[in-house]
Design a protein around this ligand. Structure first.
Ligand code: MN
Length: 385
């Protein structure tokens, strides 16, 4: 029988690639619900092609327009629409491919309704990892990682008790070999020119500062329940090794493949099964030929250390760090600040922050909101100098 899935964020980078994955799975996966933000044209196109029972869009007006064009489909809107989809009886698995903090609430609703989660939204774990993982355990729900590094680790861990270290690889981003002067002058197009992976804008900028790797360390800490001291980051520019684990007998198991998000998406959707899918080309070791490794340069990429510090402090410290960074990245994307200011702003906000330990979801969301306001104020102040 087909697995019924909901894709939250179907018009984004992960969402569209997930639909491509389902195309090649011969009916193993039925797309029962999709949600998108403002790209109603693409959402409409997807709805016509996949014929889901439910479609959710951000605004009420867009929902009305879509409903008039889709007769057999129920069109929902807003946060409430996402909530409805996350609690539908007929859904087996929810792919959370929303960007930023919007992923948190629907993920929690889906877990409370005993849906397995394919999680592409790392902010959910960065903001509320303790709560999300506890709820998943209580509801006997699987959190299947879609992030390529975490999918790799998930595939490599067959005996959790015997794993000594997690080894997360990083491509090093577009500025791996750049000087500080070059980074100082870097514009949007340079920051968005990721050497290995094709992704959305926010995560691509995070990859250029290595903040993305810091968020991934926090994500790994929650997903696999490892201490921060036991999670290592190594720079591997070729991105062939997507991550690895070291066992206590000295064995290292790594997951290797062509850098394509199709593979981790598919594994999360078909788990525990493996099957032929959209990626048909074998990995070519001879063509790859070179596997290089470097220590991450924390002086050049201090965001990585900042994120790990926030993770170790716990409570709402990662919430603050994440919110300040996200607002700074948005400002950079709008050409309001320079590349290196993303870190400077995040650090400034973080250093003046006093967090809460063991926060509730409401506290997490209000701290998030508070920090975003402060960050926007700081950015405006800096621009007026
Ligand atoms: Mn990743």
């Amino acid at each position: 029988m087909a697995k019924n899935i909901a894709i939250l964020g179907s018009t984004g980078s992960i969402g569209t690639q997930a639909l491509e994955v389902t195309d090649k799975l011969n009916g193993k996966i039925k797309v029962t619900a999709i949600s998108g933000g403002k790209n109603t044209n693409l959402l409409l196109e997807q709805a016509k092609k996949y014929n889901p029972k439910y479609v959710c869009v951000q605004s009420k007006d867009d929902a009305q327009i879509l409903q008039n064009k889709l007769s057999g489909t129920k069109v929902l809107f807003g946060d409430e629409g996402l909530n409805v989809i996350a609690s539908l009886n007929e859904i087996d698995l929810v792919l959370v491919a929303l960007s930023g903090k919007t992923g948190l609430k629907p993920t929690i609703t889906a877990i409370q309704n005993k849906k397995d989660i394919a999680l592409a939204n790392k902010e959910t774990l960065v903001m509320a990892g303790d709560i999300v993982m506890r709820l998943a355990k209580e509801n006997n729900v699987k959190i299947l990682p879609v992030d390529s590094e975490h999918s790799a680790i998930f595939q490599c861990i067959t005996n959790r008790e015997a794993v000594k270290h997690l080894i997360i690889t990083s491509s090093g981003g577009p500025f791996r070999t750049s000087s500080r002067e070059e980074m100082e002058k870097a514009d949007l197009s340079e920051a968005l020119a990721h050497p290995r992976w094709k992704m959305g804008k926010k995560i691509t900028v995070d990859s250029a500062t290595l903040m993305n790797k810091g968020l991934e360390v926090i994500e790994a800490h929650h997903l696999f329940n490892f201490k921060y001291e036991d999670i290592k980051v190594i720079v591997h520019p070729q991105s062939y090794i997507h991550s690895a684990v070291e066992y206590n007998d000295g064995s290292i198991i790594a997951q290797i493949g062509n850098p394509s998000m199709h593979i981790p998406i598919q594994y999360a959707l078909t788990y525990p099964e493996r099957c032929e899918g959209v990626e048909t080309e074998s990995f070519n070791f001879i063509k790859a030929s070179k596997f290089e490794f470097y220590k991450p340069d924390l002086d050049k990429f201090p965001a990585l250390a900042l994120a790990i510090d926030a993770g170790k402090k716990g409570g709402t410290y990662p919430v603050c760090m994440n919110a300040a960074n996200e607002e700074a990245v948005f400002a950079f994307l709008e050409n309001k600040i320079k590349f290196l200011q993303i870190y400077e702003i995040t650090k400034k906000i973080y250093d003046s922050y006093t967090g809460i330990q063991n926060p509730s979801i409401d506290e997490i969301l209000s701290e998030d909101e508070k920090v975003r306001t402060q960050t926007k104020e700081l950015i405006n102040k800096m621009r007026n100098l």
